[in-house]
Design a protein around this ligand. Structure first.
Ligand SMILES: Nc1ncnc2c1ncn2[C@@H]1O[C@H](COP(=O)(O)OP(=O)(O)OP(=O)(O)O)[C@@H](O)[C@H]1O
Ligand SMILES: [Mg+2]
Length: 529
């Protein structure tokens, strides 16, 4: 069932670990990488066969993206070797151009798109711009090809749109389409690092179908994900990393979700499930914590909603339904054209987000890189940004700041060499946990959370659920946008469904099953304009 790799492949293998002649397109042997103070990869081995979808799972910071970066040539391994499409390369020989020429295509976790360029320009930077014999860029051809590519994946963006104006889910679709655009049949290697983290169910389905087709055409695919249902649905084998080592390799056909979770976070490890919905009944005559009445803003049309203290209310909807805009309008980050909002009985006419923050309203945006993480500041500084003022007395109490930050890092299990490494050196999921910890420490009264668990591993996900519950147990409330309806159904007390800017359904706790939510989202209703 579960073959512990340490037993089959000794890490004290001979200096020149032989690569067998078999049918794999990609062989990884003994790849190691050390960052200052931290061993990210320790003698990792991995094979992917042609026609195979191979899952790569592991906790936040276990080394998955580091391996992806090494295989795409953007990061150099300290030692080890690979063989790609029959060509053997030592660690120092693996470079971006060579790897690409050998047929490797990669979608990185941070997407690596250029926000200030158009969709068409981004597409073609991956493949080389189409140029005429006199070497001027053929814009018409570029737009035409981009259009085709977008249609293929049902992506709702125009070739001329700037990437930074697109919702994050659409951005990941563009990144995927860019990686796949010049993949023909044959024996390429396709590496997808958490491609579905920001995608709603329908878009995930499209992507998984595309992956299956590519595998059927002979490609070898490495699929990195924390969404274990997807891993089980699309892969044939799964490799699990723990702390930079291969912990196990599983055959998917013989693997259950709970075995996979055990493999990732450790059997017998306490799975904190303090997400139980023990909503205290609001006191008789209690006032709603949040009242939204006839709100119009951006795509939103006459939205009305009340949230009581103690409640976590889910917001379900497709990309573009207005989910994010609903949170932004409450937060004062999107201008409202009509309607009113109150928080704890007071008019909430925030025109700037600092007014919202001062009122105890906190929003954690979906776009981590763009608006949450300060990459060049240290982890501890990032953790403390929301409360910096508290550390100013006669002097700046740096020691106190450090010890408070350390406590937070432990509570949210942020994996970092220390608190003084830069934020951008953290793995994706650890950055997400840091941002959450930063805002939750302010003891907010109203939480506005847009995909708060994106990229977060199974263990940390329940820590985050518990932290949200902590806020609502003490009289706060939360509005929670989640694309993963299984998770939504598990965490929230009730949900609203948004379609084209309107609330089209209220879903009570008893009816929160993911299947029901999915039906509601796609169901045509007649009360939209
Ligand atoms: N440039 C860097 N400098 C220092 N440390 C780094 C750097 N890049 C990654 N690390 C560290 O290496 C470890 C592995 O990171 P990696 O991004 O590979 O994790 P991951 O498995 O992809 O996690 P996640 O699921 O959160 O994306 C982490 O502890 C991370 O902080
Ligand atoms: Mg990663």
């Amino acid at each position: 069932m579960c073959e512990v790799a340490g037993e089959q492949v000794s890490t004290q293998a001979p200096a020149d670990p032989a690569i067998p002649d078999a049918d794999s397109v990609l062989y990884v042997r003994g790849i190691s990488k050390v960052f200052p103070g931290l061993r990210a990869l320790d003698a990792v081995d991995l094979d992917i066969r042609s026609g195979e979808v191979h899952g790569l799972c592991g906790g936040n910071g276990s080394g998955k993206s580091t391996l992806v970066k090494i295989l795409s040539g953007v990061l150099r391994a300290d030692s080890g070797k690979v063989r790609i499409a029959g060509r053997e390369l030592e660690a120092h020989q693996i470079g971006p151009k060579l790897v690409r020429d050998l047929g490797v295509r990669v979608v990185h976790q941070d997407l690596a798109l250029f926000p200030d360029l158009s969709v068409a320009e981004n597409m073609m930077l991956g493949a080389g711009l189409p140029v005429s014999p006199v070497r001027s860029v053929q814009w018409r051809e570029l737009r035409r090809r981009t259009r085709l590519n977008l249609d293929r994946f049902e992506i709702t963006a125009t070739p001329d749109a700037l990437v930074r104006d697109l919702p994050i889910g659409v951005r990941s679709q563009v990144a995927i389409a860019r990686a796949l655009q010049d993949v023909s049949s044959g024996e390429g290697v396709l590496i997808l690092d958490e491609p579905t983290a920001a995608l709603p169910a329908h878009e995930v389905g499209l992507l998984l179908d595309a992956i299956r087709r590519l595998a059927a055409a002979g490609h070898a695919i490495l699929f990195v994900s924390h969404r274990l249902d997807e891993v089980l649905a699309v892969t044939q084998r799964v490799t699990v990393f723990r702390d930079g080592r291969v912990f196990a390799e599983h055959r998917t056909a013989q693997l259950t979700e709970s075995e996979l979770i055990d493999s990732i976070i450790g059997q017998g490890q306490e799975r904190r499930a303090d997400t139980a919905r023990s909503v205290p009944l609001p006191a008789a005559g209690a006032q709603p914590l949040l009242t939204i009445r006839n709100l119009s803003a951006g795509p939103l049309r006459e939205v009305s909603l009340e949230v009581m203290p103690g409640e976590i209310v889910g917001v379900a909807g497709l990309l573009g339904s207005g989910r994010t805009e609903l949170l932004r309008a409450v937060y004062g980050d999107l201008k409202r054209t009509a309607g009113m909002i109150t928080v704890a009985g007071k008019a909430a006419n925030y025109s700037r987000v600092d007014q919202a923050i001062a009122a105890g309203v906190v929003m954690i945006p979906e776009d981590r890189a763009g608006s949450g993480a300060f990459g060049d500041l240290t982890v501890d500084e990032n953790l403390s940004l929301s409360v910096l003022r508290e550390y100013w007395g006669l002097v700046f109490r740096r020691t106190q700041l450090r010890s408070d930050a350390e406590e937070l890092r432990q509570r949210f299990r942020v994996r970092a060499a220390s608190g003084s490494v830069t934020m951008k050196s953290l793995s994706g999921g650890n950055q997400q946990k840091t941002i959450l910890a930063r805002w939750l420490r302010r003891k907010p009264v109203l939480l506005l959370l847009d995909e708060p668990t994106q990229g977060v591993d199974v263990g940390a996900r329940s820590d985050i659920h518990a932290a949200i519950r902590q806020v609502t147990k003490t009289g706060g409330a939360a509005l929670l946008v989640l694309s993963d309806f299984e998770e939504l159904a598990q965490v929230v007390d009730r949900a609203v469904v948004l379609r084209r800017g309107k609330i089209t359904a209220h879903v009570p706790r008893e009816r929160l099953a993911a299947r029901h939510l999915n039906q509601l989202i796609y169901e045509e209703t007649d009360n939209h304009a």
